[in-house]
Ligand binder design. Structure first.
Ligand SMILES: O=C[C@H](O)COP(=O)(O)O
Length: 370
């Protein structure tokens, strides 16, 4: 289940984060940079204050890619449960030298490598990291205030990163000026944690952490995990989160729409349709539990962003012969969120006939559960 990593400056903020529901207390001095380190004294005081109630991670600092400098900084923080090391822009060989040098300390200290979405991330380094014995890998952003993670890397690149790191048995994390609205989208990827600083303070990273913001994000992450935990509930005829059970009227549902979303895709069963892309139009209509206007909270709604991400993922996966396959796969993905009760998907090729040609399907979850 995805956890909440809260970046804090010391014992006082750690207490606020902890009582708000943070799972990992991450020490960082935002005034010193993206991975600005706190002093060993502040780290020791925070570890003492947290007293084993949560894991404590510490960043090594904004450091040059020099093995001796980075190793020294890591060793100074060896009492933390995790030490995060930034893979800052440098030649691949320089980054590799740092990773390999840390292989020895990785036996005693759990190391987490931090790729920067806006700092020449080289995901080919995931394998060397796993080989060197790193415990985890995450993505963050270096430049704060110029757009969050999802504006710096496309969703499918994040998906590939999480999948690849997970295959290598690395703990996975995503961060980078994340906002509440990013949580449902990123939760779909099931990273081990989502990391926050700016959203905890209310925007400015060097302001103090606000307890209400921690609680809200913790609840949001938990709410997105609920759908997964309750898997199977609907197929048993049990309604979830206000959803009518199977067999009840669909009149009680609202609809989330994505209309006329056009993307270039490799699609088609004919030879002349291979090795080229053509325009395909997607329209999706997802039936969800009736919305409640008293609660203007992103945690309560199924976002159209989730549908858009799913369509984009189809466009990234390579050649598909049939529009039927695209429609079924998209319906299955949308219905994998427990807040969606029924979905209608239309997929149309726009370059083949005199007009659009394609398919429209309507499915409920039970159609896929069998
Ligand atoms: O490790 C997580 C970071 O501290 C995230 O900071 P941010 O949300 O301000 O980008």
């Amino acid at each position: 289940m995805t956890k909440l990593l809260a970046s804090v400056t010391g014992p006082e903020e750690a207490e606020i984060a902890l009582s708000g529901g943070a799972d990992i207390i991450d020490l960082k001095d935002p005034a010193q940079g993206a991975l600005g380190a706190v002093t060993p004294e502040v780290l020791a005081a925070t570890i003492a204050a947290v007293a084993g109630r949560r894991s404590v991670s510490a960043v090594a600092g904004d450091l040059p890619m020099q093995p001796d400098v980075v190793t020294r900084a890591v060793l100074e923080r060896k009492d933390a449960d995790f030490v995060k090391i930034g893979l800052f822009p440098a030649e691949r060989g320089e980054r590799l030298a740092v990773i390999e040098a840390l292989g020895e300390v990785a036996r005693d200290i759990r190391l987490v490598a931090v790729f920067f979405a806006d700092g020449e991330p080289d995901f080919e380094l995931l394998e060397p990291l796993a080989k060197a014995g790193f415990h985890g890998a995450m993505i963050d952003t270096m430049g704060k205030g110029a757009g969050g993670l999802l504006t710096r890397l496309p969703f499918h690149a994040l998906a590939r990163f999480v999948e690849r790191a997970r295959d290598l048995k690395l703990m996975t994390g995503l961060a980078g000026s994340l906002e509440a609205a990013d949580v449902p989208r990123l939760a779909v990827l099931k990273p081990d944690y989502l990391g926050f600083r700016g959203a905890l303070t209310g925007g400015r990273r060097d302001d103090a952490v606000d307890p209400g913001n921690v609680r809200r994000l913790a609840a949001l992450i938990a709410a997105n995990a609920v759908s997964e935990a309750a898997e199977g509930a609907l197929s048993n005829g049990v309604g979830e989160r206000g959803m009518p059970a199977e067999g009840q009227g669909l009149g009680a549902l609202d609809r989330i729409l994505v209309k006329d979303f056009v993307l270039d895709l490799e699609i088609g069963a004919y030879g002349h349709e291979r090795s080229r892309k053509q325009k395909v139009r997607f329209s999706v209509d997802a039936a969800i539990a009736r919305i409640d206007t008293r609660n203007d909270d992103i945690g309560e709604v199924y976002s159209y962003d989730l549908i858009i991400d799913a369509v984009r993922a189809l466009a990234e996966r390579g050649h598909t012969d049939l529009v039927e396959t695209l429609a079924l796969d998209l319906a299955r993905t949308v219905l994998s969120d427990r807040r969606v009760f029924e979905v209608s998907v239309r997929v149309e090729k726009l370059e083949l006939g005199p007009g659009a040609v394609g398919i429209e399907i309507r499915r409920r979850r039970a159609d896929f559960i069998g």
